[in-house]
Design a protein around this ligand. Sequence first.
Ligand code: SF4
Ligand SMILES: [Zn+2]
Length: 363
Amino acid sequence: MHVAPARFPTKYWHQLPDGRLQCDVCPRECKLKEGQRGLCFVRAREGDMVVLDTYGRSSGFCVDPIEKKPLNHFLPGTPILSFGTAGCNLSCRFCQNWDMSKSREIDTLADAASPEAIAAKAKELGCRSVAYTYNDPVIFLEYARDTAIACRELGIKSVAVTAGYVSPGAREDFFAEMDAANVDLKAFTDDFYHRLCAGHLQPVLDTLLYLKRETDVWFELTTLLIPGENDSKSELETMTQWVVDNLGPDVPMHFTAYHPDFKLLDRPSTPPATLSRARDIALHNGVRYAYTGNVYDEAGESTYCHNCGEVVIERNWYVLGGWHLDEEGCCRFCGARCAGVFEPRPGTWGARRLPVRIAGAAP
Ligand code: SF4
Ligand SMILES: [Zn+2]
């Protein structure tokens, strides 16, 4: 199915004295002459404005367990309708989703859907939330935001899966409509961000501080550990101490396994012991909820009460086992509150992955 590109006028740009238009969505600050596209490839100059090419266009919809985002403390066990578009504003050499994020084939975005159609489909499918994921939603901010607004009207929550590489004005508008986020904290050195992602660390830290200080968005962090690049003891010590000192002990951290992909093929897959060691460092430094991911590790995937140490949510891949939280989200053993957004009972979606079509509902 061929769908004409949806050019959507945007407001996050300003004109420079030399006549170029500077995009203000992310710290790349692309400066565009007529006909040029930004690094993300989906924002382009057309005449006297910058347009978004992927409004209303998706690379596909799928119902996933929310644990796959990963979020372990936000409506556990519930299904989430997930979608992305094309392009990305970081250039990670190790990208694990590069077929979509590096896509320049906007015409392959065949599944057209209006924000209202997405919200209605989520409700029809029994999803409690919608995820803006696969590629970074800050680059399709207007589409994600309008979808989140449509979802909110139907009682559906919104979850951003993002690298947090976004500029202040766009950051506020984007997160104003989000209920939860998983933010990639890819490493804790600017050298890593610069060398492997062509970006910088500080804007990501600024986003995390913003989320903590200025919003009610529930957020969790994910770090893909790449052997020899971001898995040293000292880096993980510094990172986890920063998290506790600046974001508090209740922000969950996920340490996930890297597999050789895209342009970074000469590093081995992450040994499970590296993930467990990172988790131990986080816990030792005061992070209350630390997880391993992308490996079989029931102990590292389950949630423990920060007060008495008992398992309060058992997980095996994306399937929940024992549930020992009361209706208020407190530990049944000692009564301490588990941080997060919980309902009286967990969802029962399990590990299923259900591809969904919404085509034909274009705006
Ligand atoms: S959102 Fe895209 S066009 Fe805008 S500054 Fe970032 S990479 Fe450049
Ligand atoms: Zn307890």
